[in-house]
Design a protein around this ligand. Structure first.
Ligand code: SF4
Length: 317
């Protein structure tokens, strides 16, 4: 098999990481590369393992995504599913599997195949807080699925599957991307379909509302524009806040598309400064010490890569 190449790429989450902490981007994109190989150096293996790590909020989002898509497919097949049906069919088995793999440290065999939760890895739970987290995930997942069934499903279940637009997922290999000015840009919207002449793009959110979600769906609009040749006025983006039961439909305009292009360009240019000779085709990073550690202690406490930074952070870590 041909050797995989670590290609320069951009994504919304990569830009958020880079902007919050340069070093985090270094660990997640460069230090981890090849860390899946038996003969990799310890640092590579650790960075790869930490890059794959989940947390209670990320698995909540994944569980909700599975359950709502299951409920949608059931409805499209003519069956009405309730909240408990969707939770039991998809969310619960997924959450139980993650939890037991993580507690049993199965990720030691394969960080790619088995789930590792940050809270277990860094021993952040005691038995009371672990029980509380389990209860929180279950209750929030059910609330999200309930809001989906009540308010989103009636709007989208009538769209025939042949009008849905395929979006490549992480589980299937290389996720959805497009080329923007020669740079590979990842954009993975949750659900996309055509209704008449309009392309609708939905993103499910199980957590709280953030301004950055509007920029994220603007990137999806750029994906629709570049990848599918859609004019801005024929794209609608919807951020579905399933926890609150609120939909934010964001208007797509030519100006909005230009703004997101500018954001991508500026962020790509900044990231390029951290490459040897500023050469994106070569994509060789400057040494680790040139990727600054964030000055924000709060960011470190939430970060998967704390283990790798501790020697440099000293008592602050
Ligand atoms: S632990 Fe802190 S300094 Fe290290 S990568 Fe994470 S956020 Fe950056």
């Amino acid at each position: 098999m041909a050797e995989l190449k670590n290609t320069f790429s951009w994504s919304f989450s990569a830009a958020e990481d880079f902007s919050e902490c340069r070093r985090r981007r270094y660990w997640a994109k460069y230090a981890m590369w090849g860390g899946w190989r038996e003969d990799a150096a310890e640092l590579q293996k650790t960075a790869y393992r930490l890059a794959k790590m989940e947390n209670r909020f990320s698995i909540l989002g994944n569980a909700v995504e599975r359950a709502v898509m299951w409920a949608l497919r059931e409805k499209q097949a003519g069956r009405d599913a309730g909240v408990d049906d969707a939770y039991e069919a998809e969310a619960r088995p997924y959450l139980n599997r993650c939890w037991s793999e993580s507690k049993g440290e199965l990720w030691r065999q394969s960080p790619k195949k088995f789930c590792c939760l940050k809270e277990h890895y860094y021993r952040e739970f005691d038995s009371a807080s672990e029980n509380e987290a389990v209860g929180m995930i279950k209750s929030r997942a059910k609330t999200c699925v309930s809001h989906f069934i009540e308010s989103v499903l009636p709007r989208i279940s009538g769209i025939p599957r042949e009008r849905e637009v395929a979006v490549a997922r992480i589980e299937g290999g290389d996720p959805e991307s497009f080329l923007f000015e020669g740079v590979k840009v990842y954009a993975i919207p949750d659900h996309v379909y055509l209704d008449g002449e309009i392309m609708h793009i939905h993103d499910w959110k199980a957590g709280r509302e953030k301004d950055s979600h509007y920029d994220q769906v603007a990137l999806y609009a750029l994906w629709a524009n570049v990848r599918h040749g859609r004019a801005p006025e024929s794209i609608r983006t919807h951020v579905e806040y399933l926890g609150a039961g609120r939909t934010a439909t964001v208007e797509v305009t030519a100006e909005r598309i230009e703004r997101v292009k500018k954001t991508v360009r500026e962020s790509v240019a900044e990231m390029t400064e951290y490459l040897v000779a500023g050469d994106r085709a070569r994509n060789e990073p400057l040494p680790a010490e040139d990727w600054e550690l964030t000055a924000e202690g709060g960011a470190c406490r939430k970060c998967n890569f704390l283990e790798l930074c501790r020697p440099e952070l000293g008592s602050d870590g």
